[in-house]
Each structure stands twice: as C-alpha cells, then as structure tokens.
Design a protein around this ligand. Sequence first.
Ligand code: HAM
Length: 423
Amino acid sequence: MAQTIQGIRGMNDILPQEGARWQYFDAVVRDWLAAYGYNQIRTPIVEATPLFVRGVGEHTDIVEKEMYAFEDSLNGEQLVLRPEGTAGCVRACIQHGLLYNQTQRLWYTGPMFRHERPQKGRYRQFHQVGVEAFGFDGPDVDAEMIVMLADLWRRLGLTGLQLELNSLGDAPERAAHREALIAYLERHVDILDDDGKRRLYTNPLRVLDTKNPALQEMAEHAPKLADFLGEASRAHFDGLRALLDQAGIGYKLNDRLVRGLDYYNRSVFEWTTDKLGAQATVAAGGRYDGLVEQLGGKPCNAVGFAMGIERLILLLETQGVEMPRAAPDVYLVHSGEAASRTAFGLAGELRAAGLKVVLHAGGGSFKSQFKKADASGASFAVVIGDEEAAAGTVNVKRLTGAAAGEQQVVAQNALAAHLGAAA
Ligand code: HAM
C-alpha cells in the first residue's frame, strides 16, 4: 500500500460531524449581518506581499514572522496567503472606486493564514468573519459594532464574554507618547530582555505587552498614552463610552490593549472568554482612519473587527449550546428492480416539492436500510417493495416524535402532499 499523506500542521479538516455547528454558525451570522445592513465582499486568498508590509506594518509579528510569503515561480511576483482580511478589503475598495463620495458597510468570511505555533484555538489556517465600515467618523459606528457583537453572542446562545476597550489616539498623539516611552525604556534598558531590546525603537508599545514577570513593574509605570490624547480623540472615546453605557454594555478599560496590527487609531476593542485557555480573544478590532490613504486611496475613515470562527465554535461546544440537527425529512427505502426505479423518480418529485430526501443507495435488506434510515435522523421512512411499486403505493413510517412507529399506506401520486402536510 502507498504511504498515506497527512494534512499540514495547524491546518484542519472540518469533518462532517462538526459541519452542523459550522452551518448553524454561518446561518446565524448571515441573518445577523443582514439585520445591520452589511453587504458581502469576496476577495482573493492570495495578495501581493507589499499590501501587508505596508498595511499591517513592517515590524508586527504577523509580517516579521508569521506570513506564508512566496515567490510565484512562473512570473517572480512576491505573494502572500492573506494573514487577515482588512488590508485586502481596503485594497479592493480603492481599486474598484467603492469609497468615492459614498459610505460602505461590508463583511467577508474565509480562511486566513499565520505561521504561528499551533495549539487549542490557534491554527495556521483559521477562519474569520470580518466586518468593515468606511466613511463614518463618529463614535456611533464604533459603538454599533460593539453592540452588534453583544447581539451576536445572544443570538448564538453564548454567555460570559468580556469586553475590553482602549483608545490609541491619533498619529501625532501616539508619536509624542512614543517619544516619551522610548526615553523611559532607554532609562530601563539594562533590565529589558532580548525581545524588549529588539523592539525598543521599532515597536516600543509592544515592549509593554510583555509576559515577562521581571518587566511587569517597569511596564506598569511607563508613560500612559491616555495622558497624551488631545481634545478630539478624548471626545470620540467619551462618545463611544456614553453610547455603550446607554446600550447597557459593560466593559473594562485596558490601557495596555495595543493590538498586533499597526493600522489602528482611536477606539480598539477585544471580546474575550475565560473558557478557552490562552487563546481567549474571540473578536477584535477598532478604528483605522489612516489605512485607506496609506494604501493609496483618498483619506477615508474606517472601523471594523474580525472574529475567529474556530474559537467561537469551540466555545459553542464548551458551553453545550444545542444545535438544530440538519436531518433529512425522508429516507427512501427500496428493494427490487421496479421498486428502485420508482423510488428514483419519487425522490426527485419529493425534492421538487421542497422536502429533504436521502435515497438509499447500495442495496441491502430492508432491515439494514431501516437502520440507516434511523441513523440519518429522518422524520419518515418511505418504503417501496415490488408489491407497492405494482400497486402505485408506498408505505410511510414515522421515525421520530411521539407518533414514531406509526405506518400508513399512501398513494404514490399523493405522497408529496401527504408528507408536506405531516412534516
Ligand atoms: P486579529 O486580532 O489579528 O485582527 O484577528 C481577529 C480574530 O481572529 C482574533 O481575535 C481571533 O479570534 C482570530 N484569530 C487570529 N489568529 C488566529 C489563529 N492563529 N488561530 C485561530 N484564530 C485566530 C484582525 O485580523 C483584523 N483584521 C481585525 C479587524 C478588522 N480590524 C479592523 N477590521
């Protein structure tokens, strides 16, 4: 026998028994997005490397060490499997003129790729649903996004999620803070670890994001960005907080919430859970007013977030959320040549009448076919032997509910109406 070939580490197959949860999640999410007036955009999985170097930031972990970047062997182009969806969405909006004198509310879903160390809730291919709004500058859209997510948790049946909030201010405010922070870190350079020293001038905020216990106190007393915010940034953040208070959404202010992508300004937020161990963030985002211009478009304010589908599916499992089972209405059991031909035709008629039908295939005794009918979760077994085929009838047996086991003979030409009424 030939040697088997394994899937790639950190890239998962989603197996049929998990399919029901993914479909439930998709269905709830689609209704939810429609309820807020968002339209879908689909962009390619492969993008040009400079999009993320410029968009996400040269000195971020994503760009420095997690991108699946490669050269197209046919034409030498530098390409990447997208590590996130925002940069591609912005690229497409600029390229197709979607931001001229108009606002956009967009969403997307699909696989993203990051070469991280795989563990529970962290994969190298994972899936996001992302939501982006362009052309709005007030805090009302920031607030709506957060409220929207609270609504989604309710629709999905998830509880216990926590919201963390911070304001990163605008570029000049961050520059002034950065200068003060570098000066502060320089005074403590002797205690910085290798990561800290490496990031001192490239990404000093991330130095504070350290898990190293020896650096906690130093990080605690570092200059705070909140003290560098100007009037407009402050008013925006206060506006957001007032709307969240009005909506009754609780949150924790976290001035260390800096996010791992460089494009953010003003509001940033993360929804976390304490049920998934280290990979606790299920949705995250914020405002990124400068990105459209940075990627070559006319200035255009923007705000958005993305959620990790695998993490939310894990949470649905952990919290034991009941999922409607995607079972067929009918399992068609048949034996004998004439009966099988009749069953083949009937299956088509029933589907045309809107019923979900599994037509048994592969032969076998009535008994073994009934076992499969039961296992399928179908509401009815419709049984045809040669006798029924000749008489123009079928035997309908209820498989589920209080009347399970009841049987009835029904004329073939009345079957769709009978099942439609009984289902
Ligand atoms: P992000 O925080 O990098 O933001 O990712 C968003 C979410 O994707 C995370 O909170 C997490 O649930 C999920 N996620 C990230 N990496 C992994 C992984 N390796 N395995 C499983 N799940 C993962 C962004 O991607 C931004 N584009 C969000 C955004 C949209 N900001 C504005 N608009």
